[in-house]
Write a protein that binds this ligand. Structure first.
Ligand SMILES: NC(=O)c1ccc[n+]([C@@H]2O[C@H](COP(=O)([O-])OP(=O)(O)OC[C@H]3O[C@@H](n4cnc5c(N)ncnc54)[C@H](OP(=O)(O)O)[C@@H]3O)[C@@H](O)[C@H]2O)c1
Length: 260
């Protein structure tokens, strides 16, 4: 997709991947709608985009609220009459053993990471279908491809996002809409400090933003892993499950507290 002149909505644009993705999209000529709960942070991002000649609109929005999502859609409709790109990026960490997570934490993680993505997509879909054009990017995680100890709830939410994205990809491709799940590995951000992860495994957050923008520009779907090249690990898991599980048990003993 050509980003010059496109309208792109990014949830979770107040920090991390969302902020960096919004800035990159604006740099490529898109008008960016910045959505998250911390409006003052969004305004700071909008100022930075504006100072570089970019265009943006700030909308305060909690993705767990259907009313907020509908309001977001209405604001986009009023201002631009269309949505070409939707980046469902808002998400929260929810790592830790299951017994260490309170039921309310589990519920919040599922509501933000799963329901937030599904409802936001559902709310924007008619606008995209009307024009038979658009790209939906859902930020999942490598935790959505590989189940690891200490990430039962978080990993389950991201597996859900990967499955949702792939099913939608088949549903919407014939109707002109691309759907991609972008699956990042470890990156240090506000919500994901990755303090227990060896530095070698932690990438710069901007690498993920670059991958998201490239996926949109190059029509890449239904899945993009960042870093790429996890094919051999996937093959290992599918072809030799016992050996793969032995590997996960061994590695996870050495990487306590891994999250993403
Ligand atoms: N960093 C990693 O290693 C990593 C790896 C794989 C996947 N991911 C995924 O990448 C995405 C972005 O995370 P990040 O690393 O960039 O973390 P981050 O810097 O903590 O950003 C999270 C964003 O989500 C927003 N958010 C959280 N709850 C929200 C809600 N209820 N409604 C609206 N927005 C909400 C936050 O904004 P407000 O607080 O202002 O609402 C913030 O902008 C998440 O989906 C995460 O699961 C991260």
């Amino acid at each position: 997709m050509e980003l010059e002149g496109a309208v792109a909505v990014v949830t979770g644009a107040s920090s991390g991947f969302g902020e960096l993705t919004a800035k990159r999209l604006a740099k490529r000529g898109a008008t960016v709608v910045l959505a998250a709960r911390r409006v003052e942070r969004l305004e700071a991002v909008a100022d930075q985009i504006g100072s570089r000649g970019g265009r943006s609109l700030v909308v305060g929005c909690d993705v767990t609220s259907l009313a907020d999502l509908q309001e977001l859609r209405d604001r986009v409709d009023e201002a631009f009459g269309r949505c070409d790109v939707l980046v469902n990026n808002a998400g929260v960490a929810g790592g830790g053993s299951l017994e260490s997570l309170s039921p309310s934490t589990i519920e919040r993680v599922v509501r933000v990471n799963v329901l937030g993505v599904m409802l936001c997509t559902r709310v924007f879909l008619p606008m995209m279908l009307e024009r038979s054009r658009g790209h939906i990017v859902n930020v999942a995680s490598l935790a959505g491809r590989f189940a690891t100890p200490g990430a039962s709830v978080y990993g389950a939410t991201k597996h859900a996002v990967v499955a949702f994205s792939e099913a939608l990809y088949y549903e919407l491709r014939p109707r002109g809409i691309r759907v991609t799940s972008v699956n990042p590995g470890f990156a240090r951000t506000e919500g994901f400090p990755q303090t227990h992860v060896p530095r070698l495994l932690v990438m710069r957050a901007d690498r993920v933003a670059r991958a998201i923008v490239r996926a949109i520009e190059n029509d890449r779907a239904p899945e993009v892993n960042v870093p790429r090249g996890l094919g051999p690990l996937e093959a290992f898991r599918v072809l030799t499950p016992p050996l793969y599980r032995w590997g996960v048990r061994t590695v996870s003993r050495r990487l306590p507290g891994t999250r993403a």
